[in-house]
Design a protein around this ligand. Structure first.
Ligand code: FES
Length: 566
């Protein structure tokens, strides 16, 4: 049965006289030219993340016009409002530092302003989780529309795109295979259209797991940003928002524990970004749902990687879209999923397959012929990471899956930048590069610095991968034998702060181990010595102080402690 929407009668400012508040609001609405009839309609808020600083959202104005059209066709009244926008390349120290702030902005503006449902328009890595975290906490019916991926470019006959190829070219530049003069021609081609990175980076991962969670209309995850189909999808999303307003279907009824487990499965099967795990944990955490790392690893052992996209495979999002998009993944993975889970359509996930035709394709592999038999991520534990660490095993080198080596320790991102290319750095290809103080508190904001560069002298000698360990994150577009999210982080006293150059470290992916060859007694003695050093300075004011004092560790999604929980 349709619920009664409250429209502009809702969330009135507090003058102590509700009728006066409504009367005054009507005056200001009419100053914009609205008629009384228009104001009777359900109100659909549209969270606008357009920003000149966000190239991944360059198409948002056009997309919002399509969403508004859909709202109007379905009998609603669209009202767009601005929220913070974050792009990976335009935020220092890292966009992750601001994700929770964006989620608070989203939550509070949904809470404060009258709207019967809200359309969340996101795309670039942190924007989708921030919008969904905020909407989950606000409790207003919500639907997601992403901007969509970029198309690919072509460099001298080679198909290229952001940003796995960005990293490949940069590695070749550092190795002396590409000259400074070639870089402008290369950068012309790596991001040839507006949209999000078109490999299985964090944006693509978040779009796909959001569709798996049932938070967007079918097909929305993969439609390229510049296709007209994206606008039709936007129009349909606007119309569905009106249906949501009338049904009152809120995110807590869609993002259930079972739906979250579906999303973890999909994350593993697509070879998704390690960041996806942090964001999903934070989103679920807003509804009091725990994503347990041990359960993630259990699922990883029985969920194959079936999507052949860079950096794990060969293709780009455009090909995944042409192969059927999320429906092709859902069809293959259905035996491992709970497809009865309800979506924003009000119908179960499995219904998306009814309208999705099937045709021969080679991007989504069958379960019996996967890219790899285990899921994309693995969770490592041991005396170096008692709270867990994560590796994108699908993007690691086969010969380094079990490796013991000498630690070469860098104190911070800055120390790494200063010394990694020093010709006198004592390092060989068998060593393990360790960087600390780059976690949620330490950096702060857990930057994507975990993709430690191969020291220049080794890169020039042909070394393309080494074991690298840190408490930082890594871009989903990156690849290599890279252990991330070591928890607890060094800045709050995690064992990573005790490692010294020359210690022997073992990474053993098959047995899920991350160990330093030191006795408990030695570790305790080193910890006692560290305690005598001056305490880490804490920020005195503002958001930096709030962040420092309340951010949770990676295994809890790096949310603020006072925002997590229902
Ligand atoms: Fe926005 Fe990659 S930088 S999706």
């Amino acid at each position: 049965m349709a619920r009664k929407t409250r429209g502009f009668s809702d969330k009135l400012p507090s003058y102590g006289d509700a009728e006066f508040s409504k009367y005054l609001r009507t005056v200001f609405l009419k100053s914009m030219g609205y008629t009384d009839e228009a104001l009777e309609r359900p109100i659909i808020g549209i969270a606008n993340t357009y920003s000149a600083y966000n190239s991944c959202h360059a198409t948002v104005p056009t997309l919002i016009e399509a969403i508004k059209r859909g709202v109007m066709i379905a009998g609603g009244l669209p009202f767009e409002f601005p929220v913070i926008s974050l792009h990976e390349s335009f935020c220092t120290p890292t966009s992750m530092y601001l994700r929770n702030l964006m989620s608070m902005d989203t939550e509070e503006m949904i809470r404060a302003q009258p709207m019967d449902a809200v359309v969340l328009v996101g795309g670039c890595d942190k924007t989708v989780p921030a919008l969904l975290m905020g909407a989950a906490s606000a409790g207003t019916p919500a639907i997601l529309e992403v901007t969509g991926p970029m198309l690919t470019g072509s460099y001298r006959g080679q198909r290229v795109g952001a940003c796995t190829d960005c990293r490949g070219f940069w590695g070749r530049y550092r190795a002396g295979e590409i000259t400074q003069e070639q870089l402008p021609e290369i950068t012309d081609q790596l991001g040839p259209t507006p949209g999000t990175c078109m490999v299985m980076g964090t944006a693509s991962t978040m779009a796909l797991i959001s569709e798996a969670l049932g938070l967007m209309l079918p097909g929305g995850a993969t439609i390229p940003a510049v296709h007209s189909q994206r606008l039709r999808h936007g129009e349909q999303t606007g119309a569905q928002a009106v249906a949501l307003a009338n049904s009152g279907l809120t995110l807590d009824k869609i993002m259930t524990p079972e739906a979250v487990e579906n999303a973890v499965r999909v994350l593993l099967a697509i070879g998704g970004s390690t960041n996806g795990l942090i964001h999903l944990t934070a989103m679920a955490g807003r509804l009091g749902i725990e994503v347990c790392l041990d359960r993630v690893d259990e699922l990883a052992r029985e969920t194959p990687v079936i999507v052949d996209l860079k950096p794990t495979g060969e293709h780009y999002m455009q090909e995944l879209h042409e192969a059927g998009g999320f429906a092709a993944i859902l069809r293959t993975l259905a035996p491992l999923l709970d497809t009865e889970q309800k979506t924003v359509t009000g119908k179960p996930l499995k219904d998306a397959l009814k309208a999705a035709p099937e045709w021969p394709q080679s991007v989504v592999r069958p379960l019996d012929n996967p890219l790899s038999s285990e899921g994309g991520l693995a969770v490592l534990r041991g005396n170096l990471a008692p709270g867990g660490a994560v590796i994108k095993q699908s993007a690691a080198s086969a010969e380094l899956r079990t490796h013991t080596g000498r630690a070469i320790v860098f104190e911070s991102v800055e120390d790494l930048a200063n010394r990694i290319d020093d010709p006198d750095l004592d390092v060989t290809r068998d060593d393990i590069l360790v960087m600390r103080n780059a976690g949620p508190v330490g950096a702060p904001g857990m930057p994507e610095a975990g993709y430690l560069p191969i020291p220049k002298k080794l890169a020039q000698a042909g070394v393309t991968d080494m074991v690298r360990i840190s408490d930082a994150r890594m871009s989903g577009t990156a690849y290599g034998s890279i252990v991330l999210h070591v928890t607890p982080e060094a800045a709050i006293g995690g064992p990573l702060c005790l490692i010294e150059t020359g210690d022997r470290i073992t990474m053993d992916i098959p047995n899920r181990r991350l160990e330093v060859d030191l006795s408990d007694k030695t570790l305790q003695a080193r910890a006692a010595a560290i305690e005598k050093k001056p305490a880490r300075p804490t920020p005195e004011r503002g958001f930096a102080r709030l962040f420092d004092q309340t951010v949770l560790q990676a295994d809890k999604g790096c949310d603020f402690d006072f925002l997590a929980g229902k």
